[in-house]
Design a protein around this ligand. Structure first.
Ligand SMILES: Cc1ncc(COP(=O)(O)O)c(C=O)c1O
Length: 503
């Protein structure tokens, strides 16, 4: 046997099995590089000439040094060990993990968009400005709103922006308000954003149909209520049938309605939040408008507002001028919430998606998303009953409660076993108000054959829960990483670099 070569680890490793992929630090060899800098024609200058010596490092920053070949090998091996929307069905409820059409990547990769410096003056970036203004106009049309900011980088960032807008609006009227109401089924980012926005959270219970309890809402309302945050359909996948009454009650006390657009895929092109009475709407472009999502990649959470809030939007805003395009500052802007123009290439992808679908195509997206969720809900009725037995919207919240009572196998075990069957796990234990919740969001991009295969996989898991529950508790067994301690990572924080660096 050959002696191990000193220095870095080999940049080739088995794809399958439990062999751990080396970290980039372990592959690193000083002097190697994958960087290819474009030539600009500008003569190089010594750093010491332009940066005062006290700001210069004494020693070079320690970074990984990899050849392009080793870097591509590393990243490709990791992608092969990862479940992704490109690989198969990813029914992770409340996340809209749908297939992202590749033409959007082609648009975003066009050097005429990708190579433009965000600081380039308006006179040289008319194309980009037109793109941003057009996207704003499309998002206004889709939501029924009057103005949009494209700056927020994700849904949660949009929520905070929306709450700051709510604050600025009330303050401009000399109105001091303290509380924001949210239902008990809400996503965790909602109460977090309310707190960050400087308000107190008032939680109201859902009724036995999984909807906002109008009586409880009326009891919670008062002159100190700044607004309510809702998602419709809500997080149990049900449409708030009394949304008009909810809007009227909140507006009556001078509050505003915030629409959490995480579930927009259920209604896009069919119903507009503005027509339901909402004043502020965020959209997760990385969900509904199919820009890549998850894994820490960039997202975008534009916020659209009704006419009375337009003057408070973050600035500067791309603006259509009498001739061409420029930048404008809203009169009472809350200021910037993101550097430059937001995650601009995500915005370009979303516009490409909207333009290719058109309004009819977007409505079909919602119709098929709802159809697929209901198909799955009915198909699985005997195995995983629905938490609320009525038609759902784009996601079906089912419960593993009967399986758990009969066999001890939990929602988590079912979800993990699905990974062995070639499906990404659904969302588990959310919303919190449903026992042993399994939330499936098939999205419109999956075929009926794929849905049937998923149903059969779940039926097979349910059968095995009776015959061999121990095997399910050890699932997944055919993935590069087995069952992990899910809580440990949240309790024992290790920064990535520390964890990755060889000792
Ligand atoms: C209902 C709901 N609201 C808000 C968010 C937050 O969106 P983001 O992850 O883009 O910050 C999510 C994300 O999954 C969600 O499901």
């Amino acid at each position: 046997m050959m002696a191990a070569m000193p220095g870095a680890r080999a940049a080739s490793a088995p794809l399958m099995g439990r062999e751990v992929e080396p970290t980039m630090f372990e592959l690193s060899v000083t002097g190697r590089s994958a960087a290819q800098l474009r030539t600009t024609g500008i003569a190089p200058r010594d750093l010491g000439e332009i940066i005062p010596s006290e700001h210069l490092r004494d020693a070079p920053l320690e970074t990984v040094a990899l050849s392009e070949r080793d870097l591509v090998g590393h990243v490709t091996r990791l992608t092969h060990r990862q479940f992704s929307v490109d690989l198969g069905m990813y029914p992770l409820g409340s996340c809209t993990m749908k297939y992202n059409p590749k033409f959007c990547d082609t648009v975003a990769g066009d050097p005429r968009l990708a190579s433009v410096h965000p600081g380039a003056p308006a006179a040289l970036t008319q194309g980009w400005l037109e793109l941003l203004v057009t996207l704003e106009e499309r998002l206004c049309a889709i939501t029924g709103m009057a103005g949009v900011t494209l700056q927020p980088a994700a849904g949660a960032a949009g929520e905070l922006t929306g709450l700051l807008l709510m604050r600025a609006y009330h303050a401009s009227r000399g109105d001091v308000r303290r509380r924001v109401i949210i239902p008990d089924s809400a996503h965790g980012t909602n109460p977090a954003s309310v707190t960050l926005g400087g308000y107190e959270v008032t939680t109201i219970p859902s009724n036995d149909r999984g909807l906002v309890d109008l009586g409880a809402l009326r009891a919670a309302l008062g002159p100190d209520v700044a607004g309510i945050m809702l998602t419709n359909p809500n997080t149990v996948g049900l449409f708030e049938e009394e949304i008009a009454e909810i809007a009227e009650a909140v507006h009556e006390v001078g509050g505003l309605l915030y629409y959490d657009g995480a579930n927009l895929n259920a209604i896009v092109g069919v119903v507009r939040p503005g027509d339901m009475g909402f004043d502020i709407v965020h959209m997760n472009l990385h969900k509904t408008f199919a820009t890549p999502h998850g894994g820490g990649g960039p997202g975008a959470g534009p916020v659209a507002v009704a006419p009375h809030l337009v003057d408070f939007l973050p600035g500067p805003r791309p603006t259509r001028l009498a001739e061409g395009y420029g930048w404008g500052e809203p009169a009472h802007s809350i200021g910037r919430v993101h550097g430059w123009h937001g995650n601009a290439l995500v915005l370009a992808r979303a516009l490409a998606y909207i333009e290719v679908h058109g309004s009819d195509g977007l409505a079909r997206v919602a119709q098929h998303a709802v159809l697929n969720a209901n198909w799955l809900r009915r198909r699985l009725a005997e195995t995983l009953p629905a938490a609320y037995d009525r038609p759902c919207m784009h996601e079906a919240v089912l419960t593993a409660s009967p399986i758990k009572s009969a066999t001890g196998v939990k929602a988590l075990d079912v979800a993990k076993a699905l990974l062995d069957e070639g499906f990404h796990a659904p969302t588990v234990y959310f919303p919190l108000i449903v026992d042993e919740a399994l939330m499936f969001e098939p999205t419109e991009t999956e075929s009926v054959q794929t849905l049937e295969a998923l149903a059969q996989a779940i039926e097979s898991i349910a059968q095995r829960a009776g015959s061999d529950p121990e095997a399910l508790r050890a699932a997944p067994r055919h993935t590069p990483v087995g069952r992990v301690d899910e809580a440990l990572a949240a309790r024992v924080l290790k920064s990535t670099e520390d964890a990755a660096r060889p000792r």
